[in-house]
Write a protein that binds this ligand. Structure first.
Ligand SMILES: Nc1ncnc2c1ncn2[C@@H]1O[C@H](COP(=O)(O)OP(=O)(O)O)[C@@H](O)[C@H]1O
Ligand SMILES: [Mg+2]
Length: 393
């Protein structure tokens, strides 16, 4: 049994058979975390709910988990960021009356477990995000002969920008009795855009973006809502090289915006993130056609045809291509202001209906809803060049 599986099994000591909790399966495991799904019946409402226990399985990663807990507390009111949850009678909080010594986990009998820090330090509880990783979605999309519809791309772009806004301006709690609002730019007392936070996620890959049921608002409606998870590597201090008396206050925004741009390129080209040609220093650049003067160079080069090549994404709305390209401008100062690009994308989400795209069948609301939901619920089928299915099953 792999080390991480033992840590999943150890949860049975807490979520015992006679409790309201049922330990379900391992939902994922990454570099330092293990995510286990637990369901429980609310004793008051009788409702069944699910949540995720994320735990570290190496003691050296406790600081990483503590950092993640800290950032998730800061971002608690951002709908596009995974939420921590609290549950009634949480068995992972050792009641003081049990008198458990501080360095002893409740799972007795296992010497290694006994050397572990208390379970509450090794775990965080998260809302369960039901529809899997963006990477799995991309794998399925890649099997389909048609590109991802523009109106779905706009909505994904909107979700990524909301994540960038959340990190720049962590939302305050909504007034009592009001529902959580989408992430918004903060303005200062003079009506100027406030200085953003330097917070950078630094790990925005397609395994750390999950698909969730959409709220019924204009922004999502027939498209899944994307949520960002895994803040273990997030930071808000400047790397040494950039430490100067006058650091660029947009540095955090620019980094997150760039990462959102890479994810958009992956969606446009239907590349899994790990297959995206070159990361960091290896990325090639190109001048954005029609930009300037002086011309703006971008790392979104894979979206453009090189000499004698055909257009790699002829169906994509040129405005998506343009905006993604400037979010990935080589010079961070060429990247757009977050309030400008957010405003434009939200405007296009509202105005670019199926009629704007010549009423193409694949741009219609029902088609898009059907596309992503069948992609989720049907098992993947072997790729076939003859495949003319309209779904990504
Ligand atoms: N709240 C959640 N809801 C559903 N699945 C999750 C959730 N959190 C994590 N996962 C799954 O577990 C995997 C690992 O979790 P993650 O937080 O990314 O840990 P790591 O830091 O080890 O990468 C994710 O890629 C995802 O598939
Ligand atoms: Mg991860």
């Amino acid at each position: 049994m792999a080390e991480y599986q033992k840590y999943h099994e150890a949860l049975r000591n807490y979520f015992t058979k006679d409790s309201i909790f049922t330990l379900e399966g391992i939902i994922g495991h990454g570099e330092y975390g293990l995510a286990s799904k637990v369901s429980y019946k609310n004793p008051v409402s009788g409702e069944y709910r699910k949540f995720i226990v994320k735990q570290t399985y190496r003691n050296e990663d406790l600081d990483t988990l503590a950092a993640e807990r800290h950032w998730l507390q800061q971002l608690a009111h951002a709908p596009h960021i995974v939420s921590m949850v609290s549950i009634p009678n949480n068995p992972l909080i050792t009641p003081p009356e049990r008198g458990t010594p501080p360095n002893e986990g409740a799972s007795s009998g296992n010497r290694r477990q006994n050397r572990d820090p208390p379970i509450e330090q090794r775990t965080i509880l998260l809302e369960w995000i039901a529809h899997g990783e963006l990477g799995d979605f991309l794998k399925r999309a890649a099997r389909h002969p048609k590109p991802i519809p523009n109106r779905l791309l706009w909505r994904f772009f909107g979700c990524f920008l909301r994540m960038v806004v959340a990190m720049a301006y962590p939302p305050s709690p909504p007034p009592a009795g009001q529902a959580t609002q989408s992430e918004e730019i903060t303005y200062d007392a003079n009506g100027q855009v406030a200085t953003p936070s330097m917070l950078r996620h630094t790990d925005m890959h397609d395994g750390n973006i999950l698909l969730s049921d959409p709220p019924s608002d204009v922004e999502h409606d027939f498209a899944p809502m994307l949520k960002l998870i895994d803040f273990g590597l997030a930071e808000d201090t400047l790397p040494n090289i950039l430490e100067s008396p006058d650091p660029n206050p947009q540095f955090g925004v620019h980094c997150n915006m760039f990462d959102a741009g890479i994810l958009m390129c992956c969606l446009i080209l239907k590349y899994e993130w790990s297959r995206y040609p070159g990361h960091g220093d290896l990325l090639s650049t190109i001048e954005i056609p029609g930009s300037g003067p002086p011309p703006v160079k971008t790392y979104a080069q894979p979206l453009y045809a090189l000499q004698f090549q055909s257009d790699p994404c002829p169906n994509v709305d040129p405005d998506i291509k343009r905006l993604v390209s400037i979010c990935m401008a080589v010079k961070p100062t060429d990247r757009p202001k977050i309030e400008v690009v957010l405003g434009q994308v939200m405007d296009y989400i509202q105005k670019r209906d199926a009629a704007y795209y010549n009423n193409a069948a694949e741009e219609k609301d029902d088609y898009i809803r059907n596309l992503w939901t069948t992609a989720l619920f049907n098992p993947p089928s072997p790729a076939s060049s003859e495949d003319s299915n309209q779904t990504w099953g």
